[in-house]
Design a protein around this ligand. Structure first.
Ligand code: ATP
Ligand code: MG
Length: 325
């Protein structure tokens, strides 16, 4: 049975980086004999203009039927597409590996994996305005914390067995304190430490190589992973996976970047490394490792987009990496 993959190119630079990544996906699938049934569907700002909804029912139907979603960035309607997919399929763990690559100038060496809770926290969308007061609810559940902590445990066991729990329990004593306590319980037996989110931001710049696996809540993870991506050499290189129990979605960390859309200069590596994560999730570590090796080779060979000091186009980089495979 082939794996059902739904491709959503998205907005801005999305169609360009996804096209480049699909050269690589197809080359890896062919080389390693991974059967994929690929369908493509629209969602995002362009879909909203065309159909009046950012997530058209036809796309939703295809997403329901898919094993895995491979998605480009979404512009203004990210909440109606990306958040909807995360919530609808309970993709409760957002995995963001951050690693500097040889040949790309990084702020400092870094090699860690962020495991960010993905469906709770202040991003549940429970916001209210009552007269002169605006309120947003921060929701942390025991179940939600346990399941994401179990994912952090799996990653830690495959790495250096070290987890840093990032929270702000000195101020948010009840909610963040609960997250910390449940996570500590779930991570027993590993080497675990804790850091307040403000200190973690500082440490990520001061001494990033101290981190192995970082487990944190939704909003702190959102902010810290942009920072960490920049430490590693730029947002154009940062992949991510949204993992649930039965379905997953893979996408670059960066946004639609309308300022450079249509120019052929967007870096496709974040999306290509997201494809590697997809193969790994499908149980095909061989294809995933081959894609990562091909990315490193292409950088070594000088096939770089302008954001990392090269002169090649999105398409050229994608085709070159596919040709290595
Ligand atoms: P969002 O609102 O979702 O954050 P954004 O359009 O602000 O989306 P970001 O991902 O935050 O986009 O990117 C910030 C800037 O970094 C972009 O405007 C662009 O100049 C640059 N950038 C982002 N992604 C890439 C990429 N893949 N290649 C090259 N430059 C990029
Ligand atoms: Mg942005």
């Amino acid at each position: 049975m082939p794996y059902k993959v739904l491709v959503i190119p998205g907005d801005g630079i999305g169609p360009e980086v996804v096209e480049a990544a699909m050269y690589v996906v197809n080359a890896a699938a062919a080389k390693f004999g991974v059967e994929l049934e690929v369908k493509t569907a629209e969602a995002g700002d362009a879909a909203l203009r065309k159909y009046g909804v950012a997530m058209p029912p036809e796309t939703l139907k295809l997403a329901d039927a898919a094993d895995v979603i491979f998605k480009g960035p979404i512009g203004e309607s990210a909440y109606d597409v990306t958040s909807l997919i995360r919530m609808r399929y309970t993709l409760y763990a957002n995995i963001r590996p951050v690693k500097d690559l040889p040949g790309v100038p990084a702020v400092k060496p870094i090699d860690c994996v962020f495991v960010r809770e993905n469906v709770e926290d202040v991003y549940v969308g429970a916001e209210y305005k009552v007269g002169d007061v605006a309120i947003a609810l921060k929701v942390i559940t025991g179940q939600g914390t346990r399941r994401v902590a179990r994912v952090a445990r799996r990653y830690a066991e495959a790495r250096k067995r070290r987890v840093t729990i990032v929270h702000k329990a000195n101020v948010l004593r009840v909610v963040d304190g609960f997250f910390r306590d449940v996570a500590l319980e779930e991570l027993r037996g590993l080497e675990v430490d804790q850091m307040y989110v403000d200190a973690a931001a500082m440490e990520l710049v001061r001494n990033p190589s101290r981190f192995d696996v970082v487990l944190t809540t939704n909003q702190y993870g959102d902010i810290l992973t942009d920072l960490a991506a920049q430490v590693a050499g730029g947002i154009g290189l940062a992949p991510s996976g949204n993992i649930g129990d039965n379905k997953a979605m893979f996408e670059p960390v960066h946004g639609a970047a309308f300022d450079i859309a249509g120019k052929g200069v967007a870096n496709p590596i974040a999306t290509i490394l997201s494809a590697a994560m997809m193969f790994e999730w499908l149980g095909r570590r061989d294809a995933a490792e081959a894609i990562r090796a091909a990315v490193e080779k292409s950088i070594e060979a000088g096939y770089k987009t302008p954001d990392i000091g090269g002169k090649y186009s999105t398409k050229e980089v994608g085709k070159y990496i596919a040709s290595i495979l």
